[in-house]
Design a protein around this ligand. Structure first.
Ligand code: HSE
Length: 407
């Protein structure tokens, strides 16, 4: 019997306790023996809960109990969650988390501490919810040079965009639904402004490229500027709008990452990843292209990944898993502006000027477009070339939207 503690009894934490209890029989057959939740830490009152006797609100009870071998951190944020993670590792307990904010900012430090103490710090649930992606990149694809990773990393924004595309809902109404369904972060700004996807692409690229890549090194744009007009224009071109996180190896060996909305071609499998689902494509020099798909948010899918890590941490209680990356190296990180893309532009007036400045464009149409409204897709170019031409276009047009495309 191995004792664990769960920090935070919110959506994910309560899901972890539920999965451990519901699947107790099958989990014990996975090689970790019986797992018992000895404590649940939460400052809120859960005296009505069937687990009321397990609740504590003082972390030192857990920290000082040698029976507790694994601590599950599902508090979120980087306040007490970071403090308790550090203290748990210092007290000789492995830590399992779904907290992408902490992994993206402090993964380097926490992995090093865990390594020095022969403990595990595992975070499968931090990216892609229930989708296995951390282990596949660090283990199953370990033979590859990873050239590129891109994907839909945020379930909330994918849900919102899907509802805009399929039901013509406004962004605000779709966000309200996502909150009601429990997909959005406590502060949904992290979802809609792209920070959540940014943290996730940082974690994936740190794993894939071997050095810590921080959110501050990743240009990030969310979905707040996406309108129903853009959605309709994209549809007319056989595309749909998706918020993508993308990390690429640049010619010369540097790597770059960014987050932003894209007009994705219907022929790309990512275009069919809808609702709260995530889809992640990994390109390796031996495997070619692989895609991971599944529920990227929600109580039980995320708990599924957390509990798998708990099982793994217990199975490797006295041997560290080879999950690690090195400290950041500023020289590794290149400029995502150098990546070439075709761009979607929506503007008022100036279509003749646009054709001249961009040397021919693919014009798009939509029902009920205003008389002077135009939208088009350019030929591929890097961001600096694009910005130069957009500045020229602004002499004749009011530029309303600008997004990368992905074929
Ligand atoms: N808010 C996140 C999302 C939760 O929507 O993807 C899972 O990380």
């Amino acid at each position: 019997m191995t004792h664990i503690a769960v920090l935070g009894y919110g959506t994910v934490g309560s899901g972890v306790v539920e999965v451990l209890n519901t699947n107790r029989g099958s989990i014990s057959l996975r090689g970790a023996g019986d797992i018992s939740v000895k404590y649940i830490l939460d400052v809120r009152d859960f005296s009505d809960s069937e687990y009321a006797s397990l609740f504590v609100n003082d972390f030192s009870v857990i920290e000082n109990d040698p029976d507790v071998r694994v601590v599950v951190e599902t508090i979120g944020g980087s306040g007490v969650a970071l403090e308790f993670t550090r203290r748990a590792l210092a007290a000789g307990k492995s830590v399992v988390t779904s907290n992408k904010e902490i992994v993206a900012e402090y993964g380097d430090e926490l992995l090093r501490t865990a390594g020095e103490k022969n403990l595990n710090y595992l975070f499968e649930a931090s990216v892609g919810g229930g989708i296995p992606i951390i282990r596949p990149i660090s283990q199953c694809l370990a033979a590859n040079e990873i050239d590129e990773i891109y994907g839909i990393l945020n379930g909330t924004t994918n849900y919102i965009l899907t509802r805009m595309i399929k039901a013509g809902l406004s962004l605000d109404d779709a966000l309200r639904e996502a909150k009601e369904l429990g997909y959005a972060e406590q502060n949904p700004a992290a979802d809609v402004e792209g920070h959540d996807a940014c943290r996730k692409i940082c974690i994936l690229s740190s794993l894939a490229f071997g050095k810590h890549i921080y959110p501050r090194q990743v240009p990030t744009e969310g979905i707040l500027n996406v309108t129903l007009d853009d959605v309709q224009y994209a549809k007319s071109a056989g595309r749909c709008i998706k918020l993508l996180g993308r990390a690429s190896r640049l010619p010369g060996g540097k790597v770059c990452a960014y987050v932003g909305p894209h007009l994705v071609s219907a022929s790309n499998p990512i275009a069919n990843v809808e609702d709260v689902f995530n889809g992640i494509v990994v390109k390796g020099n031996a495997i070619g292209e692989v895609m991971f798909y599944g529920r990227g948010a929600g109580k039980l899918p995320t708990a599924s990944a957390v509990v798998a890590d708990v099982i793994d941490a217990i199975k490797h209680i006295s041997s560290r898993k080879l999950l690690s990356w090195d400290s950041a190296d500023e020289a590794l990180v290149g400029d995502s502006g150098c990546l070439e893309s075709s761009y979607y532009i929506r503007c008022e007036n100036g279509i003749d000027a646009a054709k001249e400045i961009f040397g021919g464009v693919q014009q798009l149409s939509r029902a009920d477009a205003g008389e002077n409204e135009h939208a088009f897709i350019t030929s591929p170019m890097n961001l600096y070339e694009l910005k130069k031409r957009v500045e020229q276009l602004k002499h004749s047009a009011l530029v309303l939207s600008l997004m990368r495309t992905l074929d």
